[in-house]
Design a protein around this ligand. Structure first.
Ligand code: FES
Ligand code: FES
Length: 163
């Protein structure tokens, strides 16, 4: 198999990489682009540690061949937050002590962000559903659910103030 050029948008910047078409997006992110915030856990789509946002949807990057990313937009944990500040979801996770080792955290943040970008009025049940593909072996899920719900309330408040 020959390498191909793949052009896509990563964290709002255009990029071109050379890769085998079936190379995993996860490997291109971590090894080629050095975006190591995206983690590898199970490598079979079961743990959510490798979650990124692809065209607005949360996906497990260990299951995405780079050849399918041509012309698309990817956001990783490095593209979350702005002006050197954490995203409200990250802030809420810290405030609610919703992490311990932190290995799973980028994946949870990306799943939560994809949900709240699409549905800022998400209920706790919808949040639980959105993070149901993310596994955490340390902290449990209640604090994460509370944190993401709090972040949603803050985002809505900030949006109201802008109107
Ligand atoms: S490493 Fe991709 S889902 Fe576990
Ligand atoms: S905080 Fe350690 S796996 Fe979630």
């Amino acid at each position: 198999m020959k390498k191909i050029e793949v052009n896509f948008i990563i964290n709002k910047k255009p990029v071109t990489v050379e890769a085998y078409p079936n190379e995993r997006l996860l490997d291109v992110l971590r090894d080629t682009l050095k975006l190591t915030g995206t983690k590898e856990g199970c490598a079979v789509g079961e743990c959510g540690a490798c979650t990124v946002i692809l065209d607005g949807k949360a996906v497990t990057s260990c299951l995405v061949p780079i050849g399918s990313v041509e012309g698309r937009e990817v956001i990783t944990i490095e593209g979350v937050g702005a002006d050197g500040k954490l995203d409200p979801i990250q802030e809420a996770i810290l405030e609610n002590h919703a992490l311990q080792c932190g290995f799973c955290t980028p994946g949870f943040v990306m799943s939560a962000k994809a949900l709240l970008d699409e549905n800022p009025d998400a209920t706790k049940e919808e949040i639980r559903r959105a993070i149901s593909g993310n596994l955490c072996r340390c902290t449990g899920y209640e604090q994460l659910t509370v944190a993401i719900y709090e972040a949603a309330q803050q985002l809505k408040e900030a949006h109201r103030e802008q109107i």
